[in-house]
Design a protein around this ligand. Structure first.
Ligand SMILES: [Zn+2]
Length: 53
């Protein structure tokens, strides 16, 4: 498994014309709407059965 997720679509306009923006990790730019945004992995969702009651 790769630790780094690669987005396929711009979350703002849905265009696929996105690419990494510079040196910063997880930062991408969209050439369609010209937005620069950051994608970060913040954790995983645990099954509800693991919750402590
Ligand atoms: Zn866009």
């Amino acid at each position: 498994m790769s630790e780094r997720a690669t987005p396929f679509y711009c979350p703002y306009c849905g265009d696929e014309d996105i690419r990494p923006a510079g040196e910063q990790p997880y930062v991408y730019r969209c050439d369609s709407c010209l937005r620069t945004w950051q994608l970060r992995f913040v954790g995983t969702n645990r099954p509800a059965t693991e919750e402590i009651s």
